[in-house]
Design a protein around this ligand. Sequence first.
Ligand code: UT7
Length: 335
Amino acid sequence: MNRSVGIIGLGYYVPDRIITNKELESFVDTSDSWIIERTGIKERRISAETEATSDLAEKAASAALKDAGISPEQIDLIIVATATPDMAFPSVACIVQDKIKAYNAAAFDLSAGCSGFVYAMITAEQMIKSGLYRYILVIGAESLSKILDWKDRNTCVLFGDGAGAAVLAVTKEEYGILGSHMGSDGSGAELLKLPAGGSRMPANEKTVSEGMHFLSMNGNEVFKFAIKVMGEAAVKALEGSGLTADDIDLLIPHQANIRIIQSAAKRLKLPMNRVFVNVDKYGNTSAASIPIALCEAKDAGLLKEGHIIALVGFGAGLTWAASVIRWCKEDRTFA
Ligand code: UT7
């Protein structure tokens, strides 16, 4: 039986509010030139006070369902990859299930930092391949602005908010996801974390006064890890697909820092015109960054029938993940 699984619909949403580097200069000790030179970021989107991660996810999900041409009732499962849920529980996925009226869907969140969307996509692929489910909605959604210390220049200039979604289903034979790779190294857990508000350090006056509810990161160590792992993960996923880096038509890397993206391209010997970049517009939107980029690449006409698209991410955990897709322009399910 044909069990090639691919993306049959895409959607994304970013909040309207833009914070430029210039605006950051007005309240934190930084400069437009430092941020551009060290990260490639020019601006980022910030959600409204009343907007939570599920609100962003809902909009991206609705757009993806429309693009796929299926109704919410047809969705069997919703997986939301996020590090910034509305609250510790219930899951964002359950809140989205109710919002979009996906009455027949099971729902859960997945935590794998910025690799979350690719982890979720691979999980969904296996559930469709096994015959358990027909349509799965995979969402990467983040409200990182809500966990940033806006006085900390080491972190607040880097991140932004947004959501991207994909509908997965059986697709044309020999198209869709060809090979994937996932990895983790929990010994790096301390490098990127939200220290307080969990069972290790429950919320109290001290944690709040010491700013322990803000994202904390050792940027230099995460940078070194990212440089090492991005190319390696992509190569492993390519090996699993029977392809080499030469075959990649478009690399869609996690959008954290232009220097990390350039280094991954160099490792794969890919010219930058075969690498999708939008970190300048959105900063690092963690689990949302790859699906937003994928969606923008599609809107720009960069995903053509038969194209080999490589997705690769890294993030908190530490985690990394990559998938290689043969793009099916038809956007139709072959189930
Ligand atoms: O999705 C995964 C999440 N995280 C990442 O991907 C982040 C990975 N890491 C990075 O992207 C980079 O390490 C950063 C962008 C975070 C930092 O860039 P860097 O080139 O590694 O800079 P640095 O941390 O070595 O800092 C260099 C200097 C320091 O000053 P001194 O000590 O040399 O005087 C920093 O204090 O730059 C200073 N600095 C800043 N200056 C202006 C740090 N942040 C800023 C800032 N504006 N926003």
